[in-house]
Design a protein around this ligand. Structure first.
Ligand code: KIV
Length: 276
């Protein structure tokens, strides 16, 4: 099978198939996740806390994001690989944003980029317009946008004022502007189900929800949460496995066996080369 393209995503959306997206930050996880048949692997800036040991997404640098993206691109064969543009790698100017986005495609092998957008759109809409006009596939991201955590005062669920509030009208307007700017899909994170439904009805590109309920065109989860790998237990996520205990048990058994002399045994030792 060849790599998933924008056309495949669009065709799946038009046929009413749910779009699936999972995160990966390195080649081994990307390789394993890719085997699931997932449509898109997102090299999220959630690498900040899930992979790089930061408190949140804000410190993630371009170098770290490029390195993670290149590893994921090497590890996948079928899924589309999207790079999440780190905080402050875009927005200073159109030029800076184009340069950063271009590096993900040129240097890291990404198939496109994702950019978070404020509820009122602002410069991000202009940036996305320029990126798509240059042929860079862009996924939008509205709702609870973690790069604005300082401004929001925490990871605050968006849209609780009601789906017909002024705030909801503003977010819907921004979603339509993003669509006009050429996004091929839109992540909706941490909103009420009603707001996500309104957004999904407002745009003619697939919406991909996380903590946004049922009335969207697809779902994305953070793989650490899905497999139970040092997961912070993102609200409304679902854990399908407990990798922590597998790793902890294996590591503890190794330590015990080395201390007890049970590992290594003769079968773990090299023999000298036999002379003929
Ligand atoms: O960084 C990330 O993992 C994301 C997803 C939660 C959509 O942006």
């Amino acid at each position: 099978m060849s790599r998933t393209t924008l056309r495949d995503i669009d065709a799946a959306y038009r046929e009413g198939e749910s779009i699936t997206m999972l995160t990966a930050y390195d080649a081994p996880i990307a390789r394993l996740v890719d085997r699931s048949g997932v449509d898109i692997v997102l090299v999220g800036d959630s690498a900040g806390h899930n992979h790089l040991g930061y408190d949140d997404t804000l410190p993630v640098t371009m170098d770290e994001a490029l390195s993670n993206t290149a590893a994921v691109a090497r590890g996948t064969e079928e899924a589309m690989v999207l790079a999440d543009m780190p905080f402050m790698s875009y927005g200073a100017s159109i030029e800076q944003s184009v340069e950063s986005a271009g590096r993900f495609l040129k240097e890291a092998g990404a198939d496109g980029v994702k950019l978070e957008t404020a509820p009122d759109g602002g410069i991000t809409v202009e940036i996305i317009d320029r990126l798509t006009s240059l042929g860079i596939p862009v996924q939008g991201h509205l709702g609870l946008t973690p790069q604005r955590v300082k401004e929001m005062g925490g990871p605050v669920v968006q849209g609780r004022e009601g789906a017909d509030s002024e705030f909801a009208d503003q977010v819907v307007k921004t979603a339509c502007e993003l669509e006009a700017a050429g996004i091929f899909s839109l992540v909706i994170e941490g909103t009420t189900e009603e707001l996500a439904k309104r957004l999904t009805e407002a745009v003619d590109v697939p919406t991909i929800g996380i903590g946004a309920g049922r009335y969207v065109d697809g779902q994305v989860l953070v793989t650490n949460d899905v497999i139970g790998l040092d997961s912070e237990g993102y609200g409304l996520s679902k854990q399908y496995a407990d990798v922590d205990s597998v790793i902890e048990d294996a590591a503890s058994e190794f330590v015990r066996e080395v201390r007890d002399g049970a590992f290594p045994t003769e079968e773990h030792a090299y023999e000298p080369i036999e002379e003929e």
